[in-house]
Design a protein around this ligand. Sequence first.
Ligand code: GDP
Length: 479
Amino acid sequence: MTETIAAIATGLTPAGIGIVRISGPESYTIISKILRGCSRRNGCETGNGTVSSPLSWKPNRIHYGFIKDIDEVLVMNMRAPHSYTGEDTIEINCHGGPYMMRRILDEVLNNGARLAEPGEFTKRAFLNGRIDLAQAEAVIDIINSTNDNAARASVAQLKGSVSEAVKEIRHDILGLTAFVEAVLDDPEHYSMDDMDATLGSMDEGRENIFKGRSAKDALNVVSERIEGLIATYKYGRVIREGINTCILGKPNAGKSSLLNALLGEERAIVTDIPGTTRDVITESLVIDGLTLNIMDTAGIRETDDAVEKIGVRKAYEYAAKADLVIYVIDSTVPMDEDDVSIMKFINEHGIKAVYVVNKIDSTKSGSLPFVGAEQLCCPVSALTGEGISALLSTIRKMFESGDISYNSEAVITNERHVELLKEALRSVKAVIDSINAGMPEDFYTIDLMDAYKSLGLIIGEETEDDLADRIFADFCMGK
Ligand code: GDP
């Protein structure tokens, strides 16, 4: 029988309200053992039994009472399957002190529940079929989101945007597999060059990718769809983890001043997001729904000083890994070979860069140094703040993808998903290669089923040994 689990669902810092959550078949029995009532007629007396037995509670109600003599609480009850986990669920709203919440949790545990593992409530929602794996992963992303776009993409994923897109592609792959089987079974009537014969209209209301196409053309459509999803990850990663940004420039160009000016513009420092890889970070700031993780680096110049050399090398190393380089140019001094080497570096590595021409407060616009016409060039004064908001909107435009609407469309933000999509793409391409190479049909189905399986792993319709365990282990307690 399923165990009943419990955990503190809210943060372990003093707060107005804290929630202890119980899920499983014993939830109602447990609350009936520890909740003391408070009747309107007789006044509030703790320890005098419940007013109405929780076992007869109507679902989705709130009841007032006391958990023994520990705390005054509001208890919310949900009946299976209409709860987050899909099981009977009780949520005890108590005062939000860590000590209080622990004492109430102890009572719950002493009366038949076991402590939930991190993510176990969501895992149960998945195992009970309330949500699929991609939706479950969206839950943790929502909790961890640090800006509006990340939150919106995750909420869309929770609503099923990614799952729907993946399911449609899987559906088409399954149809293709069935078709190949038909060709194998009955080559007299079916041909890879014309799919119409077998599969008329597969879906109402959606493009039938088989209609009027050869199998190869249909495969190309499928592979384009997968590529389209993979392409969203470029932006999806950036909105989830932030833009890893490196400020480069010669000493005294105004890098630190610029950093301060940027932070002054938007003082929204965010915390580290688990799972992101950043070995150096000084500050994060949020601009209109995008997070910039700004790495501070040493000034870049030719030098014989051993320590400074290391700093310069590090600066280049960070810059090479960055999503964006902000190259600060001092407009009061002529450009020299150090600037040339920075520009060469940016071009050679193909890094997105904005060229910030600083100190415009003390230069006439006519004397701005030459900057390659194709580069994004922003004149600013880190000192006065002039041009800073224009710089921020330039950066935002560089990373914004106009054709993505986060509310409904699938944006891939999860590395696991993008890797599985790439695997599926390789398999689909392998089928196309086999057709081009004139291989026999039975080769096709193996790769098609591989693609089907890879996509299934995204939504959890296929599972690997400990896949769900690994995913839910990253969750926080009580979720
Ligand atoms: P870093 O070595 O690149 O980090 O440069 P700093 O930020 O330390 O700035 C070097 C010097 O340039 C300091 O004296 C700053 O006050 C000055 N500076 C920075 N930005 C500006 C600016 O926009 N206008 C003017 N006039 N001076 C600036």
